[in-house]
Design a protein around this ligand. Sequence first.
Ligand SMILES: [Zn+2]
Length: 167
Amino acid sequence: MASENNELRKVGLKVTLPRVKILQMLESSQQHHLSAEEVHKALSEQGDDVGLATVYRVLTQFESAGLVVRHNFDSGHSVFEIARGEHHDHMVDLDSGKVIEFHNDEIESLQRKIAAEYSYELVDHSLVLYVNLRLVDYGVLLPHSLYQRTPVNLAIRRGYTSRQLTF
Ligand SMILES: [Zn+2]
């Protein structure tokens, strides 16, 4: 609580209960990328009633203050993550919605090189890969937990035969 209070004060935001609760939620959540709806739901599950409109407003204030970064993955609703200072890119699993963070030096320097070729200096970038699990690659080695996340009918619709899906 004390550290959240300090963080809020440091960026010039008054310490209010909803702000502290939402900041705590973002910092402690196992999932790094949360939508306003998910923050709202998680808060009410732990007995903290913060209205959805307030959650939206606070997240937007956090974004302006540089406390969180907003992403608009897959044209769906925005997700927010704590600004941790270090750069990373994202991969979004289209079936499960899972967000994977990655960093690749080659991609980083390639982007700087491309910008330089056009006489620009790279200031920032945002890279999102939209992905599906490669079921065919996994074959019988696909762990059960991964298999469960991909419904059979969805996989078949995407062209995998039922034989490939027998584990
Ligand atoms: Zn991230």
